[in-house]
Design a protein around this ligand. Structure first.
Ligand code: NAD
Length: 466
């Protein structure tokens, strides 16, 4: 059997699985080139917007079923977030698609040089369960904008949102170009065995490695949006009440199940006690004395994660909260002080409503603490002092950083969003997302006139002196 036949035989065999057939059909349709058209992209984005607007109640219910997400939180972090992302993308798309002129050196004159963004092809989007709608639809917006087709694999852990997406998407978008594949490990692995032109994966580090390994088989580029322990450094020069409120906002949104949530606080010893009290007060102001009754406080996604989080509390100095209810998978906003640095809560990403406070005596120690660990997805710093801000930003590395707030950088589409080191690779949001899902083709276009003979061999025709 020849190599060609062998190849054909293998691909026929792969195409037998319905998922493989689907991927192959979507890829085949891409070759028609319809998605290269500006108007096609805009139409798809408008249809996607309509899907979100017309079904926002259904989406909010699905998010509530999956994570107990309150209406306001569902709007700000998922539904409204996606709508404003679409609006921003439509507004700027024409400009992003334009050839980007660059200068041409004298040796290449007469000529012009430019960068021409072109679609990659068919993209695989694998999402996580914590923002189950936003984390697949925001990459989809960028993929459509860049002229790609896409297969979306929502997380099986957020089943209601996954099922709703599967039902809605084909009703609104071109189903030759976009499809949702539901499922868990088996389905994802079948998807990963197929050839894609880009894979964006959001989730944990362990599966990130599986995705990257599978992608390498096809030399498919990957964007990995992973997690990690995002530190929150609190200097002594702060407005303590505002600091506490903003930490509470960022930590306990979605019951702490946010990739960019402050994982732990590193507090200057001079204010650690006062900060602890201010945090307790701010939690009560936001969620009441019984957060279980608050419409704005979420639940843990499943039993496994609930048990993992409850396990973190064993043998810890719980100074606030610690109320748990396995039936509702409820864990109250919980603060622990000075955990052992070897305990699981300080070794693993918490990804839940538990906030450890570790104190430091001087800023250099806090910086060393951060630098001794894997590069985080985000870093938070609270301080009035510009020299402290400069020092921390210059001496640490993180995917993003925010000074004097939680993850407010997420609201700015002009800021790329992505990790560094173990917290991920590549980025998206706004124009960065468009570029991520585009090939930036370098083009030089020359004229026939002025053909300098010096460039052509044989060079011994000339007497060069160097
Ligand atoms: P998850 O369990 O939902 O898994 C993510 C995806 O991987 C799912 O679609 C799932 O089906 C798939 N998957 C799981 N196991 C697999 C396997 N063995 N082979 C192939 N595919 C598999 O999500 P998770 O991993 O629990 O997500 C939590 C992590 O994601 C945290 O670390 C968090 O910080 C990170 N996260 C990062 C971002 C970001 O934007 N950087 C956003 C949200 C979550």
């Amino acid at each position: 059997m020849s190599v060609t036949n062998l190849h054909l035989h293998t691909s026929t065999k792969k195409a037998e699985h319905p998922i493989a057939q689907l991927v192959s059909a979507v890829r085949q349709h891409f070759t028609l080139g319809l998605s290269k058209d500006y108007q096609w992209r805009v139409n798809q984005l408008k249809r996607l917007r309509l899907m979100v607007v017309e079904n926002q109640d259904k989406l909010a219910s699905a998010l509530y079923e999956d994570l107990g997400k309150g209406e306001v939180e569902s709007w700000t972090s998922e539904i409204g977030f996606v709508i404003s992302d679409i609006d921003h993308t439509i507004k700027h798309l024409k400009g992003w698609m334009k050839p980007r002129r660059v200068s041409t050196p004298i040796v290449a004159q007469p000529g012009k040089s430019y960068i021409l963004p072109e679609p990659l092809g068919t993209v695989l989007i694998i999402g996580a369960w914590n923002y189950p709608f936003q984390l697949v639809v925001a990459p989809l917006i960028a993929a459509i904008a860049a002229g790609n087709h896409a297969i979306i694999k929502p997380s099986e852990l957020s089943q209601s949102t996954s099922a709703l997406l599967k039902m809605l998407l084909p009703k609104y978008l071109d189903d030759n170009a976009f499809a949702v594949v539901e499922g868990a490990v088996e389905e994802t692995q079948i998807l990963l065995a197929q050839k894609f032109d880009h894979i964006i994966y959001t989730g944990g580090e362990k599966v990130g490695k599986i995705v990257m390994r599978a992608a390498s088989e096809h030399l498919t580029p990957v964007t990995l949006e992973l997690g990690g322990k995002s530190p929150c450094i609190v200097d002594k020069h702060i407005d303590i009440e505002v600091t506490a409120k903003r930490i509470v906002w960022a930590k306990w949104m979605n019951a702490g199940q946010t990739c960019v949530a402050p994982d732990y606080v590193l507090a200057d010893a001079a204010i650690a006690g006062a900060l602890q009290e201010a945090l307790k007060k701010a939690v009560q102001e936001c969620y009441g004395v019984e957060p279980k009754k608050s419409k704005d406080y979420g639940r843990i996604v499943n039993k496994r994660h609930y048990e993992r989080l409850v396990g973190y509390l064993e043998n810890q100095n719980v100074i606030f909260g610690g109320d748990v209810d396995p039936v509702n998978r409820y864990i109250s906003p919980t603060i622990i002080r000075e955990p052992s640095l070897h305990s699981s809560v300080m070794q693993e990403e918490i990804f839940g409503p538990i906030l450890p406070i570790v104190t430091y005596d001087n800023l250099a120690d806090a910086i060393t603490f951060v630098n001794e660990r894997a590069k985080p997805l985000s870093l938070y710093l609270f301080t009035h002092k510009s020299d402290v801000e400069k020092k921390v930003l210059q001496q640490t590395s993180s995917g993003s950083a925010c000074v004097n707030d939680g993850f407010m950088f997420m609201v700015n589409p002009d800021l790329p969003f992505g990790g560094v080191g173990n917290s991920g690779m590549g980025a998206y949001h706004g124009k960065t997302g468009f570029d991520t899902f585009s090939h930036l083709k370098s083009v030089m276009s020359r004229k026939f006139w002025l053909d300098v003979p010096l460039r052509y061999p044989p060079f011994n025709r000339f007497k060069f002196t160097w």
